[in-house]
Design a protein around this ligand. Structure first.
Ligand SMILES: *Cc1c(COP(=O)(O)O)cnc(C)c1O
Length: 460
């Protein structure tokens, strides 16, 4: 039996339909940076699944009656109840978005010169570690390096490497272990409960705090239910509760699995860390009962956290991603296997093998998807992760040239995703036509949000 979404569409928004000529012009005006495209020039926007999910009637109803008291509003207590239902952290704070949660928590935990160890730091997470003068060190598991392998938990942290780091000469400097579930920077792959338990043990043995970056906690829990032996009989909520319980705290952007336009969460056990977070929060985000969030967004998040953990919703979301993945691979475009839930990661390096890393095959494919079909997505390859010299030449390529095609929650139907697969299939018929790119301007930090590029026509 097929799964189907446990909701019907009650409010819709028109999407822009454009010509290739208009898109050529728009992309040139954006200096070939998809982040600089106005969204009224984008037909299918798969740039991110962050803050782009469709809200429910129940969320809007809650938002409409939100109590906007400065301190101790009803909206805060609804938020607390939803968070307490999932996590067992005695201290939790609302924050306006995930990166603010990172800044507030890391400022309270990390000192300059310390090391944050992760399966993979998300880009803003890395930036917030580095802005404190600390080092962000990624230790993804070895299975991730084989993009085609169908290992079920390629988001895991490399436990042997983690233990070596903790036991080795750098061990003293490790200020935190941060595990990202699911691993957004690592192909959207899930982390197993066995991996989280082993991290817990190592952190106990070496006396290092263990935090989760839990932006996609519900999707990770669902993939554990589906893939990990011994968890198939549990609900995704029970798995999520167990995951949160293993850690000393968390940061979580609620623009993903909160299915809300804005919001995030900090949770901690340690009362001293909580005190430091609270002072920082009040000084920079807002009072502890709203933390930079409007009351209507606290209500949307509280309701969204209940809706996201529904097994029918998660099953349908997994099925959508799997169907999309099937169509794309049938079209001749390889993806990071196995497909997760929030995005497909296209193997652009393999599809556009005529473009060397210095011509940015991932970015070339992202631009072509826009030009050919009005589809917006983002490169995760050498442009994002590579090393550059001061003249913006690529010196160290990224290990893979990927494109992330995100799937916003409850927003597009299968027909939209089928259209995107058709656009990709057309490109895959003659990939040699796809142009490459050169960087003309780039900032040193958070490069890919602020790049300017030039196009080098194919065959030039
Ligand atoms: C989105 C995201 C963040 C940052 O959250 P924002 O709400 O966008 O600031 C941090 N970590 C991960 C894994 C994310 O996906």
């Amino acid at each position: 039996m097929r799964t189907f979404p446990p909701y019907r569409i009650q409010v819709v928004k028109e999407i822009p339909i454009t010509t290739r000529e208009q898109r050529e012009e728009a992309l040139a005006r954006a200096a070939y940076n998809t982040f600089d495209l106005p969204s009224n020039m984008v037909t299918i926007d798969l740039l991110t699944d962050s803050g782009t999910g469709a809200v429910s009637a129940a969320q809007e109803a809650a938002a409409a009656q939100a109590d906007r008291a400065y301190a101790g509003s009803d909206a805060y207590y609804r938020f607390r109840a939803a968070v307490d239902d999932l996590t067992s952290y005695p201290h939790t704070f609302p924050v306006h978005q995930g990166r603010a949660a990172e800044r507030v928590l890391f400022t309270s935990v990390l000192k300059p010169g310390q090391i944050s160890v992760s399966n993979t730091h998300f880009d803003t997470t890395r930036a917030n570690v580095e802005l404190l003068g600390a080092e962000a060190r990624d230790l993804p598991c070895a299975e991730f390096a084989d993009l085609d392998s169908r290992e079920p938990f390629k988001g895991n942290i490399d436990l042997a490497a983690l233990e070596q780091t903790l036991a080795g000469p750098d061990g003293e400097r490790v200020g935190q272990v941060l595990v990202t579930i699911t691993n957004n920077g690592g192909g959207g792959q899930p982390v197993s409960m066995a991996n989280l338990k082993a991290v817990r043990e190592l952190c106990d043995r070496y006396g290092v705090p263990f935090f989760l970056d839990a932006a996609r906690f519900a999707e990770n829990a669902w993939l554990v239910v589906r893939r990990e032996p011994g968890y198939g009989h549990l609900t995704p909520k029970e798995v999520a509760q167990e995951a949160f319980a293993l850690a000393d705290g968390c940061v979580a952007s609620l623009k993903k699995d909160g299915i809300a336009p804005m919001g995030a969460l900090i949770g901690v056990r340690d009362p001293e860390i909580a005190k430091r977070c609270e002072v920082n929060l009040i000084a920079t985000e807002g009072f502890r009962t709203y933390g930079g969030m409007a009351a209507h967004d606290l209500e949307r998040v509280a309701q969204g956290l209940e809706e996201v953990i529904d097994p029918h919703y998660l099953a349908s979301r997994e099925a959508d991603a799997a169907h999309f993945a099937d169509l794309v691979t049938q079209a001749g475009v390889d993806i990071v296997q196995p497909s997760g839930m929030h995005a497909l990661y296209l193997n652009a390096g393999r599809l556009l093998s005529h473009i060397p890393p210095s011509g940015f095959p991932g970015h070339a494919l992202a631009c072509e998807l826009y030009l050919a079909g009005g589809v917006r997505c983002v490169e995760l390859g050498s442009l994002y992760l590579g090393g550059f010299d001061e003249n913006h030449n690529l010196v160290t390529p990224a290990p893979f040239e990927l494109v992330r095609v995100a799937i916003p929650r409850r927003t597009y139907t299968q027909a939209h995703l089928e259209y995107v697969a058709d656009v990709l299939a057309d490109i895959a018929k003659d990939p040699s036509r796809v142009a490459s790119y050169r960087v003309v301007d780039a900032p040193p930090l958070l490069r890919h949000f602020n790049l300017k590029l030039e196009r080098i026509p194919a065959g030039a």
